[in-house]
Design a protein around this ligand. Sequence first.
Ligand SMILES: [Zn+2]
Length: 313
Amino acid sequence: MMELREIASDVYACLQEDRGLGTSNSGLVNRAGGLVVDTFWDLPHTRQMIETYARVWRLPARRVVNTHHNGDHCWGNQLLPGAEIIGHRLCAASFGKERPDFMQMLRNGGGSEDPMLREMARQLAAWDFAGITLTPPTTLIEDRLELDLDGIAVHLIYVGPAHTAGDVIVHLPAARVVFTGDVLFRLCTPVGWEGTYARWIAALDEIVALDPAVVVPGHGPLSGVEGPREMQAYLRYVRAEAKRGFDAGLPALEAARRIDLGPYAGWTEPERILFQVERAYRELRGEPYDAPIDVTALFRGMHALRESRRAVA
Ligand SMILES: [Zn+2]
């Protein structure tokens, strides 16, 4: 299910219904040949996105902006051939950290005996990572890039390392729209890779300071400035709770298990809190923002959190 929303004159969002892992959002500025903000995780979903935009554009877009390097925002890039692909230098540098063939293997792993892998395969069943050719940005941003699309100013602003090292947001000052990429997850629990709490919280402040009327998150429904404010409160809360666990000598998984989700209990994928607890622990241990993350251990931990919640329910 994809929904096309006109959020300002010639400005659209293509929203995927939140079905968990990978259901990201995209944007279109339908001027000067068109600029697409993020493609989707696989080719079938990106084709559907292009068909959705085809209801309003005349020709497929001349420009693509990737807000960051996670596959659910850029693995469909190849379906806009000839487009100029724009992203942060560190987004381009991280292309290939995630591999389509590996994701396809996980997706096809349903026959495995391992309950975590079986669940992973279930979560990935709606996706098909076949045929993806990684197509990274070639126009690289350092701090900022300003475009004029036939009279619509589009500002690409680097705000990382927050969700990843190369986070870029897309600001349309006249329309008062911000496409945040995964700097904002709305009503779903954020995942975070390379970055720091301080930078992420500051990036959310920067979004609020732009005074947008419409904020298009990387995942979840549209919001106003209450979206970034709520997520900022979540990050501050989890960091403080994680520190209590750290000071008490608890392993990160146990600290995550003990955190009362309070007002955030209704957000989807609550077990992703482990990502933020692990980040807090890395910071409290004094590790660098891009310290390697044991992704397999994280997903095993989240699986354990889900199971223990199920047992309680
Ligand atoms: Zn994402």
